[in-house]
Design a protein around this ligand. Structure first.
Ligand code: TRP
Ligand code: ZN
Length: 860
């Protein structure tokens, strides 16, 4: 067990500034995977108030020595606990403190602090990992200039990296080589990084707009050096984009990325030395899907953009995490919109928000994007802080307009450069650029739950106007500001009017004049492009929605209108099974879409039938099996009705070139969509198409989609397809992740598959990517996880208990998937409660897991 058993609740109102700072530090590492010695020399400075004891955080450290101003401190002058070290009587306002301790990287399975992954040692310090490396004031408002000396055996550690610039390099003495790194920019502990090991260096360069040459390096484990070119291209695009869009230039002469196999999340923005989950760096056409390529570009952008929004201007405390994450997600979304197709990118982001963030915000883990309190900060790297946080920044950008928003961001970055600030400083910069206050915007940061707006319509005889009242009835104590982009159409789908309106507070009224010649009432599309992250309750009829799904010129809103039409069909059919035959409007829309001349990727999204999860977010209590059988019924009907069209689409896009171009990506996606419908034909078999697509694939998007579909339809060829895929890819860990996932992600009765696959030689409980592929995919598949007798819960609870002792962060993440169990039918909530209580009673429960389990149990 690596995690401390002491749990304190941190409350936002208890925040107080540092009593002591350490503006300078010199770290020395004597590397050894078994036992690494770390020494820190701090320049300590009081905050100017009266001198009080100095507390340094430290967890799982073996204390060696403490000196103050060079003098060894007597044990009576300090206290050491599970949480750190307290120097009882500091000698003055300014002094030197040297502390030395030992750690065991190769026993650190939490992947936080200094740990071993494959043959390398690396660090992960956000949010509070640094205290597992050395005693320190481990909080983001304590910024320091780092000098880092690393000593290590050159046969194990030919490469030794840290932030900033390489200052010194000494030839080996007594079997140890020594390097010294120096980072000129002050930073908090969470941005510190160290990597050492047998790594292959790949290199490129970027010339900044002011003509400086920045050396770019990507370090990978041997054998992966051919898979970095896309990552380099993405990095250069991101650097260029930040210059073109915001005028932001990179500020060091070296930018490094390291690809790490064992990694808790996606990637980490350590100053000048980003660490990445290998799956978000390494790619080639054969082994990566189009989705993977796009994620690589987005995450490389995201981490790079943190250099300004996060690193140069950082956080005062962890409550304000969204200040860097919401803002940086918004920036990476904008980057991808500019690099690809903005409508398609927006559709993907809204789908993600609805599928992940809306449920979180309505479940037991709901919290404001600035949480009021936390026990374990790691539990708050959530879709609410990230994605809802980005939506609120998007709101600001829509209120100001993008050009004024850019000015606001420049003001923020100049004014607060080198400081740790809060969202208030960000908003104040935006208001300065805007020239006036943004009413109610701050409430978005303090209110949890998805706002639900009700639309009430009436007719004003006197003025011959239709009146729409929009009311946010979810929380009137904290009124919000909304951007409502809307458009009104007549019954032929002709645009009557469009506008962007800012709704200040809980109530707004929109008036639309009916055109003289038209008797019918207008059909209004509100919150186009999800101009505010809200749920809208309106009484629109299927026919009205159908008109929007066909005629709305805004591609994003057209797409979601079609989805709403399908959801309406589903809820009617759930109430009355006989209504399931009534797919007329859905079929009409598909029929008309074949005649449109849309971008291929857009068209493929439009045609993709919503997933089981997407249906369930829109319902209160539900029976997954029933929803799934209705869903399959619709897919089969669509397949039977449009067999010819899908065959044509398939053939037309069959031949593709394995290239990451917009057109080829679109072809692959459209062909796969057509294949999916064909495979669901109720009478004819098209399995041979999938089998040959897998066999002849030139791109992973083709190969994996064929395999997934064969598995999903329960084809009798599926076992063969699974082993064919395995034989093809057994040497590639990242592709095997996808292979593991495909076998449990759709369909039911996967407990025996899970038990078989976790015994597979390529499975590894200590590797988060493997755990995510198998356990998370199983638990995200409602048909297997929420299976009626609760067997899915029992299996996952058992794995969570095992993971608690290995990796508390991953264990807590897996537990969050129980959040939906209170909505399940029958005995499921009761079984979930029993299983979670079993976890809660673990003798050594980590604080990560304790906090999550406690919250979910309360909802059951
Ligand atoms: N700051 C990282 C990001 O860019 C997220 C992060 C937090 C992280 N903790 C981590 C990444 C642990 C990897 C491991 O979003
Ligand atoms: Zn981030």
């Amino acid at each position: 067990m690596t995690s401390s058993s002491v749990s304190t609740v941190h409350k936002i109102e208890d925040y107080s500034p540092c009593l002591w700072f350490t503006p300078k530090v010199h770290l020395r590492f004597d590397l050894d995977p078994h036992l690494t010695v770390v020494r820190a020399d701090y320049e300590v400075k009081s905050n100017g108030t009266k001198i009080s004891p100095l507390f340094l955080n430290g967890e799982n450290l073996e204390f060696l020595s403490l000196r103050v101003n060079g003098r060894v401190v007597d044990p009576s002058e300090y206290k050491i606990t599970d949480l750190g070290l307290e120097l009882l009587e500091p000698p003055g306002e300014v002094f030197q403190l040297t502390v030395e301790n030992r750690i065991c990287p190769n026993q650190n399975t939490s992947l936080e602090g200094l740990y071993q992954s494959g043959s390398m040692l690396c660090t992960q310090n956000e949010p509070e990992g640094f205290r597992k490396i050395v005693y320190s004031i481990d909080r983001p408002d304590n910024m320091m200039q780092f000098t880092v000396t690393i000593a290590g055996d050159p046969s194990y550690f030919p490469v030794m990296l840290s932030n900033g610039n390489l200052k010194e390099e000494h030839p080996p003495v007594n079997g140890k080589r020594v390097v010294v790194w120096e980072d000129p920019y002050p930073k908090p502990t969470y941005l510190f990084a160290l990597v050492a090991g047998e790594l292959i260096e790949t290199k490129d360069e970027f010339v900044t707009k002011s003509g400086r040459i920045v050396t770019l390096k990507i370090f990978v484990e041997k054998g992966n050096e051919e898979k970095v070119s896309f990552a380099f291209e993405s990095l250069k695009q991101a650097m260029k984009w930040d210059e073109d869009t915001f005028g932001l230039e990179y500020d060091l002469d070296l930018f490094m990325i390291v690809a790490v196999e064992d990694f808790n999340m996606g990637a980490m923005e350590n100053k000048g030395l980003n660490l990445f989950n290998a799956k978000l760096v390494l790619a080639d056409k054969k082994s990566a899907t189009d989705e993977t390529f796009e994620s690589i570009m987005a995450v490389i952008g995201h981490e790079y953009f943190h250099n300004w929004t996060g690193n140069r201007v950082t956080l005062r405390n962890w409550f304000n995490l969204t200040l860097k994450e919401g803002l940086t997600v918004f920036r990476d979304q904008w980057f991808t919109e500019d690099m690809t197709d903005p409508a398609v990118k927006r559709i993907k982001d809204i789908l993600f928000l609805k599928e992940h963030q809306f449920p979180e915000d309505q479940g037991p883990m709901a919290h404001p994007i600035i949480p009021k309190s936390y026990t374990e900060m790691n539990n708050f790297y959530t879709v609410t802080v990230y994605e809802k946080g980005a939506e609120v920044i998007r709101l600001v950008s829509q209120i100001l307009g993008r050009e004024v928003f850019k000015k606001g961001l420049q003001d923020y970055l100049t004014r607060f450069d080198g400081q740790g600030v809060t969202f208030e400083e960000f908003i104040s910069s935006m208001e300065r650029a805007y020239g006036k206050p943004i009413p109610y915007i701050r409430n978005w940061y303090h209110r949890s739950g998805t706002p639900i707006l009700n639309v009430k319509e009436s007719f004003d005889q006197k003025n011959q106007e239709w009146v729409y009242q929009l009311k946010d009835y979810t929380d009137t104590n904290l009124p919000l500001v909304f951007v409502n982009s809307y458009a009104a159409f007549d019954s032929n789908g002709k645009l009557i009017t469009e506008n962007k309106r800012i709704q200040e507070g809980t109530l707004d009224e929109i008036r639309i004049k009916t055109p003289k010649d038209s008797e019918s009432k207008p059909i209004v599309s509100f919150f186009r492009g999800m101009s505010s992250p809200v749920l809208l309750k309106s009484e629109m009829t299927k026919e009205e929605i159908r008109i929007l799904a066909e005629h709305e010129p805004d591609g994003v809103s057209r797409f979601f209108s079609f989805q709403n039409l399908i959801f309406l069909w589903m809820s009617e059919s759930l109430k009355d099974e006989n209504k399931k035959e009534n797919l007329t409007e859905v079929l009409e829309i598909i029929q008309s879409s074949f005649k449109k001349d849309w971008d291929k990727t857009y068209f493929s999204f439009y045609l993709t039938f919503p997933s089981l999860m997407q249906f369930c977010e829109n319902l209160q209590f539900f029976d997954y099996k029933q929803v799934e059988s209705l869903r399959k019924f619709a897919i089969q009907t669509i397949s039977e009705t449009f067999t010819k069209e899908f065959q044509f689409l398939y053939e037309e896009n069959r031949k593709t070139i394995p290239k990451q171009s917009k057109d080829e990506i679109g072809k692959r996606r459209l062909k796969n969509t057509a294949l999916y419908y064909l495979l669901h034909h109720p009478k004819k078999s098209f399995e041979s198409l999938a089998i040959s697509q897998q066999r002849d694939a030139k791109h992973m998007s083709e190969e994996i989609f064929a395999l997934r579909s064969l598995i999903e339809i329960g084809s009798k060829e599926k076992d063969q397809a699974i082993s064919l895929f395995y034989d093809h890819w057994k040497q590639d860990a990242l592709v095997l992740d996808v292979w593991f996932a495909a076998q449990v992600a759709t369909g039911e009765n996967h407990i025996s598959d899970l038990e078989r696959l976790e015994k597979h030689t390529k499975f590894n409980l200590k590797n988060p990517n493997k755990v995510r592929s198998l356990y998370f995919s199983f638990a995200r598949n409602p048909l297997s996880f929420h299976e009626q007798e609760g067997k899915g819960y029992v299996v996952i609870a058992e794995r969570i208990k095992q993971l608690n002792g290995i990796n508390p962060q991953i264990a807590a993440g897996l537990t969050k998937l129980f959040s939906q169990s209170s909505k399940q039918i029958g005995n499921l909530p009761r079984i979930a409660k029993r299983e979670l209580e079993g976890i809660q009673n673990l003798p050594q429960i980590s604080k990560d897991l304790g906090e999550v389990v406690g919250k979910i149990i309360k909802s059951l």
